[in-house]
Design a protein around this ligand. Structure first.
Ligand SMILES: C[S@@+](CC[C@H](N)C(=O)[O-])C[C@H]1O[C@@H](n2cnc3c(N)ncnc32)[C@H](O)[C@@H]1O
Length: 540
């Protein structure tokens, strides 16, 4: 089936000399890494939150990190200098605006890797925060009428494959006739993009002098990745969402089957041959005719390695339309450095393809102000509920404006009244909190209230005004439905929070699963609270 004749370089041969200047990687990185990432003898970064904080072990580095409010920062020498870390549930109710996290600067090597054209970045730095590595503003970014470029990643540092056949790769690291191509060619163009990307990533790790051999050191390990593909059966049970758990079991089985089909077959037969003590000549003949030579097997010797690669593909790849010359391609892309951006439903950055010189850009939104130290984010999946974020990326959002509740009764509230009570403007698909209308310091309206406006059953008939007594009756029924949803869970939100606070050594997947069900409950509770506020305000 596979024909190497169908392998093609994605783009016409790239004239490296035209771009052969090696850009100097942003000097402030190095300056900053000297100042802020002060490494002490024992390798611990020199920051210490004040001692009222709840702290946890940072699993990627083994350092201790603060999860709650940090008002002062002092220098410490080692974790033993943290005598009174509290691991009990969080007592302090410092407003979110005051909460800072201990952010550890990325390893300086992260910035130094350069191949032909390097990645360039302006006014950003990579730090480890509460959601793993992230990108943070290293200086104030003032709002401007045009979007500003903050990162440029040249095409040759990315791993790219076309979404449809004939497969086109860039860089064209897969040689004609290589068996990994046959494996890729056996995938379904519509559905198996993650399996293809996993093969490409594993191949790049094995490819001599490939940039990804270095960059791979900065990817999360099996223990550090939140993807539910790497979750245990017990973790999946903690989701308290059987549909999602069963989807993840199927996804995992699919990756496992693919690995068995393409990797295990050979070693099984090989082991059989050895166990039968066949002559080495027969082995040689077998090797000649085997579909899966040893050089492919070493890319993923065990299924865990392959499933890890699939989870990297699912959590880090970007779907993007890119144009090179006159060729426009829908491609699946691993974009180094840009894949360190975390998600937000209200992102301050977006991606852009600059075809002129084949650069993948990260840009700040036009008119966006970003303060020094603020996280820079993109929206991974607009319009998707938390279960979809969880399925693909292994995290959920506390205030996802697209979350939905399954109301089933006939009770309805008046849409325009609800929107005006919370100063929500825009059309259904673009609801936003109109802060110009809101009172100063009113922090109640967030993504969850926007989601409530979308998911609560509502009515609207021209100019007919609501009748308060009927609205209050509807509110009561809807709140009862919310209480029934909460009652279906075996734990309360407080209990979930306590589990999270009291078990800092929990695996990343377990933590993500518990947060998922916690976020669901907090969303339902927020809807109940919003309905309370609505009925109070509609009376006056
Ligand atoms: C593209 S990577 C972003 C970089 C990643 N934080 C890292 O450490 O390399 C996507 C992963 O980051 C984490 N992540 C991104 N946005 C998040 C968010 N808003 N909340 C929690 N975790 C998030 C999840 O683990 C997700 O699978």
């Amino acid at each position: 089936m596979a024909s190497s004749a169908t392998t093609r370089c994605f783009f016409s041969p790239f004239n490296v000399s035209a771009f052969s200047c090696i850009y100097l990687l942003i000097p402030f990185y190095l300056m900053e890494s000297k100042q802020m990432g002060k490494k002490l003898n024992n390798g611990f970064a020199a920051v210490k939150p004040n001692l009222t904080e709840k702290c946890t072990i940072n699993r990627r580095t083994g350092c201790i990190k603060a999860r709650a409010a940090v008002n002062t920062i002092e220098t410490v020498n080692s974790p033993s200098d943290y005598p009174s870390f509290q691991t009990e549930s969080q007592q302090d109710d410092t407003p979110a605006s005051k909460v800072q996290y201990w952010l550890e600067l990325a390893d300086p090597d992260f910035y130094r890797m350069g191949f032909v054209r390097s990645m360039r970045a302006y006014g950003v730095e990579f730090r480890e925060g509460p959601n793993g590595f992230g990108v943070y503003a290293s200086k104030d970014i003032e709002p401007s009428r045009r979007a500003k470029v903050v990162m440029e990643i040249p095409l040759e540092l990315m791993l790219t494959i076309s979404q449809k056949t004939p497969w086109m790769f860039f860089p064209d690291i897969i040689p004609v006739g290589h068996p990994i191509f046959d494996i890729i060619n056996s995938t379904h163009p519509e559905t198996d993009w993650d399996l293809r990307m996993a093969c490409l990533l594993l191949y790049a790790f094995d490819h001599d002098k490939n940039f990804w051999q270095l960059y791979g050191d900065f990817l999360p390990s099996v223990e550090e990745c939140t993807s539910l593909l790497l979750a245990t059966e017990d973790d999946l049970k903690e989701l308290h969402d059987e549909n999602l758990a069963s989807t993840m079991r199927k996804e995992k089985a699919r990756a496992q089957e693919f690995w068995e089909k393409n990797w295990v077959l050979f070693c099984d037969i090989f082991i059989t041959l050895i166990s039968k003590k066949l002559h080495f000549v027969s082995m040689f003949i077998f090797l000649q005719h085997s579909a899966m030579p040893l050089k492919v097997k070493r890319l993923a010797r065990d299924s865990e390695r392959f499933i890890w690669a699939v989870s990297m593909a699912q959590t880090r790849h970007i779907n993007f339309r890119i144009r090179v010359g006159s060729l426009v391609q829908d491609a699946n892309i691993f974009a180094p450095y840009a894949d360190m951006l975390n998600h937000s439903c209200q992102p301050n950055c977006f991606f852009h393809w600059r075809f002129r010189d084949r650069m993948f850009e990260v840009m700040t939104n036009a008119g966006q102000r970003i303060k020094k130290g603020e996280e820079m984010t993109v929206n991974y999946m607009s319009g998707q509920r938390n279960n979809m974020l969880m399925q693909r990326y292994g995290f959920s959002s506390l205030s996802n404006p697209w979350d939905v509740l399954p109301f089933s009764g006939n009770a309805r509230i008046h849409l325009d009244s609800f929107l005006s009570v919370f100063n929500i403007s825009g059309s259904h698909a673009d609801y936003y909190h109109n802060t110009k209308l809101a009172n100063e310091g009113d922090n109640f309206v967030d993504g969850a209230v926007l989601a409530a406006a979308r998911t609560l059953p509502t009515w609207s008939e021209g100019d007919i005004p609501p009748i308060p007594s009927l609205e209050i009756k509807a509110v009561k029924i809807l709140q009862e439905e919310c209480q029934q949803i909460l009652a279906q869970y075996s734990t309360t939100s407080k209990q979930d929070q306590h589990i999270l606070d009291s078990t800092p050594e929990m695996s990343w997947t377990r933590e993500a699963a518990i947060k998922y069900r916690l976020h669901r409950k907090l969303f339902v509770e927020k809807v109940i609270e919003a309905l309370d506020i609505y009925q109070d305000r509609i009376l006056f």
